[in-house]
Write a protein of this length. Structure first.
Length: 354
């Protein structure tokens, strides 16, 4: 029977639920170790056994199995490990995660960001970083994964129109998502996050570069993450954090810092997206037409009630979601259809000028 130091592992997020998943795996050996991935690099990983971190590699059969499932190892994963000669640590199996946060790349491929997450802190600065559309995109990403979200507005000490922006954000977000404004450098200010920092809880920080994710990580976990200032011209960050990494907080929670996301799409279906824009979906029931797109149709109950920018963002995310769910053959068919239409318009224009 595999031995588990629950008290030590609890400090890096172990819960009874994860232990129950452990004993569903076949072929457990007495010398098998339960560890958590805290960093993922190109050819190796860093894992933690509750006492100290160590380097590890995944067995080829594990990588192949995950590739067949269109998945990959991620920070936050719980894995089984074996120590071989020369203290080499090899990962042999991955425990099924209770949550996964993923995004879609521009080519439609699924990219796993973090696993076994209880709460996502959606970080946005109250300076030039403030962007309501981007926050709605983060909410869609997190809710699609079934993870609780908290909107964290940083730089409250130097922000512009702080109270007005907090009100704007609260009007755009689902009512169940808290919105907090704080100074990530101030310990007393970040104490507002205490309800989500209990022992055994795992949080992930999502936000653009320069929003203050690494600064917040350093304040909560004394992680020593490198930070940089933003560019003077547009206030954009410099991508100081390059890898996702898990850190332990003093209160017993774990926090995963992530690099700023550049271009991406939520890994969500239309149903998950509807949950993010539940106010639009509720009003849509009163539209005159069942397939109303809330654009120019008569009898639309949504247009004119919902903020125009929010509605525009909803349409954009909906198009991206539908595109990400298309098969390669369906994408080819859509491109072919547009090529035919473009050629037809060009031919018609030539006829008019002749």
């Amino acid at each position: 029977m595999i031995a588990i130091d629950f008290e030590a592992l609890r400090l890096i997020g172990l819960t009874p639920t994860i232990i129950n998943q452990l004993y569903t795996l076949p072929g457990l050996q007495d010398d098998t170790l339960l560890v958590r991935i805290i960093e993922v690099h190109r050819d190796w990983l860093t894992v933690h056994d509750g006492h100290a971190p160590s380097s590890a590699r995944a067995l080829p059969r594990l990588l192949q199995s995950m590739q067949e499932q269109d998945s990959s190892l991620a920070v936050g994963d719980w894995v089984l490990a074996e120590r071989h000669a020369n203290s080499e640590c090899w990962l042999t199996a991955r425990l099924p995660p209770f949550s996964e946060i993923a995004r879609r790349a521009n080519d439609g491929r699924r990219k796993l960001l973090a696993s076994n997450i209880d709460t996502a802190l959606l970080v946005m600065g109250l300076d030039h970083d403030f962007n309501l559309r981007r926050m709605e995109r983060y909410v869609a990403l997190v809710q699609a994964a079934g993870v609780a979200a908290v909107a964290v507005l940083t730089k409250a000490d130097i922000g512009v129109d702080v109270e007005q922006r907090i009100t704007q954000l609260q009007l755009r977000l689902p009512s169940e998502i808290p919105a907090l404004a704080l100074n990530a450098l101030n310990v007393d200010s970040v104490a507002a996050l205490a309800p989500w920092l209990n022992t055994g809880q795992t949080l992930v920080l999502l936000g653009s570069s320069g929003a203050g994710k690494s600064t917040l990580t350093n304040t909560l976990a004394e992680a020593g993450q490198q930070t940089s200032g933003v560019r003077k011209g547009d206030g954009r960050g410099r991508h100081t954090t390059t890898v996702r990494s898990l850190h332990r907080c003093a209160g017993g929670a774990c926090i995963i810092d992530t690099p700023g996301l550049r271009t991406w799409r939520p890994d969500a279906d239309e149903q998950a997206l509807a949950a993010t824009f539940d106010d639009i979906e509720a009003l849509a029931c009163a539209c005159q037409f069942r397939d109303c797109r809330h654009e120019t149709e008569p009898g639309c109950a949504v247009r004119g009630v919902i903020n125009a920018d929010r509605l525009l963002n909803y349409h954009k995310l909906l198009r991206e979601t539908r595109r990400s769910q298309q098969t390669p053959l369906e994408r080819i068919a859509v491109r072919s259809k547009w090529k035919v239409l473009v050629k037809a318009v060009a031919a018609r224009n030539r006829e008019k000028h002749n």
